[in-house]
Design a binder for this molecule. Sequence first.
Ligand SMILES: [Zn+2]
Length: 298
Amino acid sequence: MKNALTIDLEDYYHVSAFNDFLAQDKWSSQQSRVAKSTNLLLDSLEEAGCKATFFTLGWVAEHQPQVVRDVARRGHEIACHSLRHRTVYEMSPKEFRDDTRRAKELLEDLSGSPVCGYRAPSFSITDKSLWALTILVELGFSYDSSIFPVLHANYGMPNASRVPFRVTTPAGSILEFPMTTLEFAGRRSPFCGGAYFRLLPYWYTRWGIRFLNTHENWPVCVYLHPWELDPDQPRMAGSFSSRFRHYLGLKGTSVKFRKLISDFEFCPLGILAKSIPIRSSQTTDPIPLHLELPAVTN
Ligand SMILES: [Zn+2]
């Protein structure tokens, strides 16, 4: 079974957890590592014959356009990870629309292809910001992968479907491919992306993906950032928990990642989104798979 491999293309200082310690107007003065770490990632993907979706930050497209061109030239899907890495629930609908439209235009100009997929910074489409899905449809997106169906302090919709579902909005419908979780005895746990991938042993991730592919008959969505493969990145000031989540396990991630892409078949999420069957309503998931949203008021 083909699974989705997704990369949130941003630099180490864009991470939301460090926002309080580094204002956006200081980003340009930081040592940039995104070109180098993305190139290493692209080389590993090429070696494994693997293509991925790169949810790319508009700020990276503005400041390092060559990185985006390189990713597109090497055959990967370019998708959108907002313009300035602001969380969706902190923006008004108008701010979100302007931010996303600008990022999409930049990415389409650089890649020469339509941008169809969106991932919110810090998985910030939650029940407080579902209106964003309507705006994504208006702007021409066909899929979103921003909902984390777990309970978490900063994000999450613990009652959302764990499997892809279609959301009907006043502007049309959009496919939601939620972040992958395992569920046992009513408890959901992430395991195949970001800090979860770095901190959990590789055998557990491999077992989890095989379990979902064979027992639930469903593809998973792995997500990583280029900075997670860069153990030598400069250390940022931040809270203990932010630093713990960001820096732990960086050294071993590159080896784990290479194992992952040789053990499983991956493809860009945009390709999977076009072919995936939407599970019908016999599911026992607690919210309807076909969610209907009201019109957006700015
Ligand atoms: Zn991000």
